[in-house]
Structures are given as C-alpha cells and as structure tokens.
Design a protein. Structure first.
Length: 359
C-alpha cells in the first residue's frame, strides 16, 4: 500500500508541474525480490523467491559440471541472494551475480544431474506471487511436475533368500558447514566431533552382518533440519540417532544426555515415540556401563527438537559431553574417547534391535 501511494504521489507531482524523473516512478514500480527460502523433501529441493509482482525469467541446464542457470530480468533485490549458502544432496552451492544489462543471474551448482523446472505461484487471495525453482533427483521416480513427492518406497535390501532386510541406522552428525555448533574454550567445534564420532559408529555398525549405517552428512557441510529427517525416511531407517556436544554457562557441567521427542501436547503418545524411549534407555545403559564415560542426566529427557520429528522412526538425540567443560573438551579431541563413545552407541543400538525383535 505504501508503495502504491508513492507511485500515485509521484504521478500527481509530475502532472502538476513538480516534475520527478520518469526513472524514479519506474523504479518504484520495478519488480523486486523481497525474500528467499528453500524447502526440501526426499529427492526434491525447492528454492522459493517471494516477489512484489510477477517477473520475467528463464531457466537453463548445463553439463560438465552439472548446473542450472536462472536469469531474472529487470529486477531489484531487497533480499541478499548470496545468503543462500546451503547445500544438500542435490544442490551443492548457489551463487548470484548481476550482469551488465541488469539481469540477476543465479547459478545452482549440483551434486548430480537433476530434473528442473520453474513456475510462478500466484496467491489466489490477492497476496504477492512467488517464483519456484524445483530440482528433482534423477534417481527419483517422482514426477517433476508433481506438487508433492512420491510415497516413501519400501526397502528391498535383504540379507539373503527369505530373510529380513538389513537393519538400517541413520546417524546424524549435528551442525556442519556455516553452522559450527558449540565451540569449546580450546577451539573444539561441535560439528567436527559429531562427525568424527558418527563416522566411527558407522564403521562399527557396517562391520556387523545384517546392519547398515548411513550418515546425513559425511563432510563439513550445512544441511537443513528437515533434510536430515528426509534422509532418514529416504533410507527407510529403522533407527535415527542425532549426535551433538552440549554447552552450558556453568563450566562444571559434564556427562552425556539422551533426548527423545516430547509428546507433552499430545493426548496419546505416538507408538514410534515409545520405541524412541526404549532406544534412549538402551543408549543410556550402554553409556553408563562404559567406564570412561559418564552421564549428565541418568534418565531420558524430552524436547521438541526438529530432528526428532520423524515420528514413524525411533529417534533420539545424544549430547555426548560438554564442550563448555575444559576436561570434556580435551576428551572429545582424543581418538580413544571417541572410540569409547562409538562402541557404547553401537552397543546400545544393537541392544535395542534385539530387545524389540527387529533383527
């Protein structure tokens, strides 16, 4: 409304002799990007540009390396597109430049070939339009023109004829990339120790017949919380374990904690969350029974952490130790301590599988 008043006032001043340059009137009416966000589901990534009005744009796919080029013509930007520094299994990197002719060019560098499309999404209630750029993994059976992802496929991995599928455990090293997580006084970063321990757990699990481990990230990169859950679903996970390191303003706080999703606002607990409590308890017991490890909370804690909202999958978040504690920060650096954590977490996960009859 304010913008419209400005334009009308500029036109009125021009007609009454108090002339304003035509360029000023045109600038007030110029298309503009006001916000940028992204959303992810299994095998699909969407970049959503909020606009003040519809814009002219073009989309082109290139190879060697795989990338997609989005040109948006004659626009202004309120949002900084260079803030789109996320990465996920499809889109590796995003960069934006303004060409000499005023076109804003955004290049999406891809990890793999993907089916792409773009479209203007109009608000039927009179709101402002959005430009959607969509990437669908080439390995997906999803229709690139569909508005929702295809249903989750059932796993076909088997150990042998007439035997159960492998037990799939998805490990989620917290933080990553531009998000370091907690940082200890000695410079140890949460994202680094979470990844180091997750890799050790994965090796332990993959060395066990009938088990298979996957990581939500196997390098130092940022992955959104919803994408982490999507990765677990996409692998048909039987268990989901998110690994973190804690921090507190009291430096003496120490020990590991295990969290599962709080169901405080639900009248009836979700069945998978009861299994999450069981998983959490087996992990707590395994940690407590490891001499070199200690517990901060001796019982399961519950919280509304986003990565625990894979309601159909038993899911827990493990705070391995406190980086705000100097001694525990030093321990988290040590290979021996990381190995002890990995063995305890692996054993706890296996105990849960045996107790619930998944194996």
């Amino acid at each position: 409304m304010l913008e419209r008043r400005f334009v009308l006032k500029a036109m009125a001043l021009s007609m009454t002799g108090l002339l304003l340059p035509v360029s000023m009137v045109h600038a007030a009416m110029k298309p503009r990007i006001t916000d940028v966000r992204f959303s992810t589901t299994p095998n699909r990534t969407r970049i959503i540009f909020s606009l003040n009005q519809e814009i002219k744009h073009s989309l082109a796919s290139m190879k060697n390396p795989d990338r997609v080029i989005l040109d948006m013509r004659d626009i202004d930007m309120s949002a900084d597109l260079n803030l789109l520094t996320f990465s996920d299994p499809i889109v590796r990197k995003v960069r934006t430049d303004t060409l000499n002719n005023g076109t804003v060019r955004t290049i999406f560098e891809l990890n793999e070939e993907a089916r792409t499309r773009s479209f203007i999404l109009k608000d039927t209630n009179g709101g402002r339009p959005r430009l959607v750029v969509e990437f669908v993994s080439s390995e997906s059976n999803d229709d690139a023109n569909a508005s929702e992802p295809a249903p989750r496929a059932q796993s076909t991995a088997v150990r042998g004829k007439n035997k159960k599928k492998d037990i799939v455990i998805v490990l989620d090293p917290g933080h990553g990339g531009i998000d370091p997580g907690a940082i200890g006084a000695g410079g140890v970063r949460e994202k680094d120790v979470a990844l180091a321990v997750a890799r050790r757990v994965a090796r332990e699990i993959n060395a066990t017949p009938g088990y298979k481990a996957f990581l939500t990230r196997n390098e130092d990169r940022f992955i959104g919380l919803s994408r982490r859950c999507a990765i677990a679903r996409n692998h048909n996970a039987d268990l989901f374990i998110s690994l973190h390191a804690d921090a507190f303003h009291i430096p003496s706080a120490r020990g590991a904690s295990v969290y599962c999703l709080s169901e405080r606002d639900r009248p009836t607990p979700v069945p998978a969350n009861r299994r999450s409590l069981m998983l959490g308890n087996t992990l707590l017991s395994a940690i407590a029974n490891t001499p070199s490890l200690s517990l901060h909370f001796k019982t399961i804690k519950q919280a509304r952490f986003a990565v625990l909202k894979t309601r159909e999958i038993p899911s827990v978040l493990v705070e391995m130790a406190f980086l705000s504690n100097r001694q525990e920060e030093m321990l988290l650096r040590k290979n021996s301590h990381q190995a002890s954590l990995a063995k305890a977490l692996t054993q706890g996960a296996k105990n849960f599988v045996q107790q619930t009859g998944l194996a």
